[in-house]
Design a protein around this ligand. Structure first.
Ligand SMILES: NC(=O)c1ccc[n+]([C@@H]2O[C@H](COP(=O)([O-])OP(=O)(O)OC[C@H]3O[C@@H](n4cnc5c(N)ncnc54)[C@H](OP(=O)(O)O)[C@@H]3O)[C@@H](O)[C@H]2O)c1
Length: 200
């Protein structure tokens, strides 16, 4: 398969890239690194990415940002970061992917446990994740050409424990191989419209 991984240099992305590179042709995309430069918060940049990438069998997005801050400090502009990047960035990957991707391709998005089990300071990140879950279920009812769209939603991953564990007291870190398997299930399985939750 020819697989485009957006965010393939990130904490989760590099593990997913390592796996798929063993058996597939992987094309990496990101804002600063990769074979293709893309900023998913800009739909023109996404369109250019699809034009430059050539024919793809699968797209995996493990990228997108949202502002973390106490609710009383969050301005409208702060919410806009998550809406433009993580939410509309991933929606636009599907919206434009529906046009550019061939029959039977798959698109795998990424959210996280905050959608179901938020922690303080995540009114934006949790909201955006929940929105993507609803979007994935709804778009599956209409998307054509047999294109499959799924989302991987994991808990705090082992490789990010040092950075984020203080925000997730008592949470059990998710082993990286378990996280990678969720992406394999989405790309190589037949599931569609699925929220693949890996919380334990
Ligand atoms: N870490 C966790 O424990 C965890 C758990 C569950 C869910 N998640 C979610 O998984 C995703 C990845 O997390 P991570 O910890 O792997 O993040 P990370 O280490 O910060 O990596 C993010 C990657 O995405 C790219 N990126 C960011 N914004 C982008 C944009 N607008 N356009 C294109 N590429 C962009 C970055 O590359 P450039 O800097 O080159 O753009 C980087 O390679 C996030 O959505 C996060 O919320 C993370």
């Amino acid at each position: 398969m020819r697989i485009l991984i957006i965010g393939g240099y990130g904490t989760i992305g590099k593990r997913v890239t390592e796996h798929f590179s063993m058996e597939h042709q992987v094309i990496l995309a990101g804002r600063n690194n990769g074979d293709i430069q893309v900023d998913i918060s800009d739909s023109e940049s996404i369109e250019k990415m699809y034009r430059d990438a050539g024919e793809l069998d699968a797209v995996i997005c493990i990228a997108g940002e949202a502002k973390w801050a106490p609710f009383y400090d969050m301005s409208e502009a702060d919410y806009q970061v998550g809406l433009q990047s993580k939410l509309m960035g991933q929606v636009n990957l599907v919206r434009l992917g529906a046009e550019y991707l061939p029959k039977g391709a798959s698109i795998t998005l990424t959210t996280g446990i905050l959608a179901d089990d938020p922690v303080p300071m995540t009114t934006s990140a949790a909201m955006v994740n929940g929105g993507i879950h609803s979007f994935v279920k709804a778009v599956d009812l209409e998307i054509k050409k047999g294109i499959r769209v799924n989302v991987v939603s994991s808990g705090l991953v082992e490789d990010a424990v040092e950075k984020y564990s203080s925000y997730f007291p008592g949470h059990h870190p998710i082993p990286m191989d378990k996280v990678v398997r969720a992406y394999i299930r989405s790309v190589e399985g037949r599931g569609r419209g699925e929220i693949i939750r890996i919380y334990e």
